[in-house]
Design a protein around this ligand. Structure first.
Ligand code: SER
Length: 316
């Protein structure tokens, strides 16, 4: 039986990943790790154990791992790209010093580790279309720098110490449960909230700017199925390109408008977000993930938009 520790369990991905893992492996077998000020609430609090576990505190991490005899760690702690630009030192401290703490506790206690990378790990010199699995990675954001460094450090721990590290490069993740905070791709979540509230949407990203995006159920499925994959088939580890849809603001607006004809969008482009978006790929080639662990997404823009609007209407 798996004993799982989710670091960053109150965040956008962590909150839903914890619930999905509890559904699959049993509530008591999945510990929700949180930081001060982000204590789990509601069903997340009531469905299994939770522990204060700041990724920058190696003693706290070791205490949780030993107390629950953890064998698998999902490390979801991170600052997203825009906020990391205003707090680069903190982004490094969480993304790299924190990851170091996780990898050390994993090495000492025989845990497998999942730490997401991102489309942000690429930069302006990367081929933007059908971005290969193995290609140039020279990101210009602190977020991207921590993600590339995290990929390398995770591969290092696998090669040198045999720690079972695995990761995917997440695109912008779209969900209706916990909002993201401070990312470049957040507009693709906010647009649905505006549409359901009957408000006009002001888009901070310019028309024509394509980025990879993914609906949360596919993102959860990717993380869990990679961690369950047969290790003898894995040629890559940190980190796999995954993809399900790529669109620009006009395309997501058009899809929502077809379902909500009164919806209106205008543009007020934010310079920092736009420059980050311009440095990221348009769409990734995910054939290595498909070959090595049978990755396959289930949602396209159409199907996701229908579901997002329905679920948000119930929620709001
Ligand atoms: N969603 C992230 C961001 O925009 C990218 O992985 O920062």
């Amino acid at each position: 039986m798996k004993q799982i520790f989710v670091i960053g369990a109150s965040g956008q991905i962590g909150s839903e990943l914890t619930m999905e893992l509890r559904h699959r492996y049993g509530g008591n077998n999945v510990v929700a790790g949180y930081i001060n000020g982000a204590e789990p609430k509601g069903v997340l609090r009531d469905s299994g154990p939770m522990e204060l576990a700041d990724i920058t505190d190696p003693v706290a991490l070791a205490r949780v791992v030993q107390k629950y005899k953890i064998d698998t760690i999902y490390n979801l702690a991170a600052l997203l790209s825009v906020v990391a630009e205003s707090k680069p030192r903190l982004a490094w401290h969480i993304g790299i010093d924190g990851l170091w703490n996780v990898l050390e506790v994993a090495r000492e206690n025989g845990c497998a580790v999942f730490t997401p990378s991102s489309i942000g790990s690429f930069g302006p010199e990367t081929p933007a279309q059908l971005t290969p699995q193995d290609t140039i990675q020279r990101p210009q954001t602190m977020y991207g720098i921590t993600k590339v460094s995290g990929e390398l450090l995770s591969d290092y721990y696998f090669r040198k110490y045999g720690v079972d590290t695995r990761a995917v490069r997440f695109p912008g993740i779209i969900s209706y449960t916990t909002p993201p905070g401070g990312g470049t791709t957040d507009y693709a979540v906010e647009i649905y909230y505006s549409a359901v509230r009957g408000e006009d949407f002001t888009c901070p990203i310019a028309a024509g700017t394509k980025m990879d995006m993914m609906y949360m159920p596919d993102a959860l499925h990717a993380a869990i199925s990679l961690m369950e994959a047969d290790p003898t088939r894995l040629i890559h580890r940190n980190a796999f390109n995954i993809a399900s849809m790529s669109f620009d603001p006009e395309e997501i607006y058009g899809t929502i408008k077809a379902l909500k004809p009164d919806f209106k969008m205008s543009y007020q482009v934010e310079t920092l977000k736009q420059s980050i978006a311009d440095s990221w790929p348009d769409f990734l080639d995910d054939s290595s993930a498909r070959q090595e662990w049978d990755w396959e997404p289930h949602y396209d823009l159409q199907r996701m938009s229908k579901d997002m609007l329905e679920k948000l209407a119930e929620k709001l």
